[in-house]
Design a protein around this ligand. Sequence first.
Ligand code: ZN
Ligand code: ZN
Length: 216
Amino acid sequence: MDKESAPGQQHATREQHSEGLNEWKQRPPYKIHEDNDKFDVKYEANCHCGKVRYQLSRSEPLDSKLCHCTTCQTQHAAPFQWAAIFHKDDINFSHGHHDLEWYDPTDKSVEHKLPCKVRCSFCHSPIMDEGRNMILLFPSLVHLKTDEDKARFKPRCHMFYGQRVMDIPDGLPKWTGIDNESELIEDSPPEQVRELQRKREKERNEKKEQEQKEES
Ligand SMILES: [Zn+2]
Ligand SMILES: [Zn+2]
């Protein structure tokens, strides 16, 4: 009896396992939209070889940044990386979502763990960084046809500028590390630098007041 039930159980386990492997395909950003989903296509994009193609339904990224961190330098084999931030629901892979490969730079693992890098498994073009809640797309893959489209994707700040290999004196805000959580340096807009100083000062005072309250 035991001998007969064992293979069945094994089979069930294997099925569950493969379901687990495919589960990511049902979720954004990899969820395939059906024709009747009315996915409003604003942009189209593809990797270098064209096996991976996607569409975007949002006309303006939530943010657009240049990252100078050493991980981006190595992963993109470039002095810095350009990324535009979107919600996971804003993307629809029309081709090749089976032709993707993942890399988690923290654990140096190729399993699909967040946050991770996503590439075309054929030409290895970087497609996006998949975070826990957002995706960071690489605008170089997006077909930006008009000047308005290009203006919407234009970088708005530099981050990890402390790790840069070259200066970019373009007047944009330059953060030493993560934007809004580090310091503004070099030719960052002076008004924004003063505003940040005021904000930090206010936070310090509030913290001090809170500590005094707790002591008394
Ligand atoms: Zn490709
Ligand atoms: Zn980076």
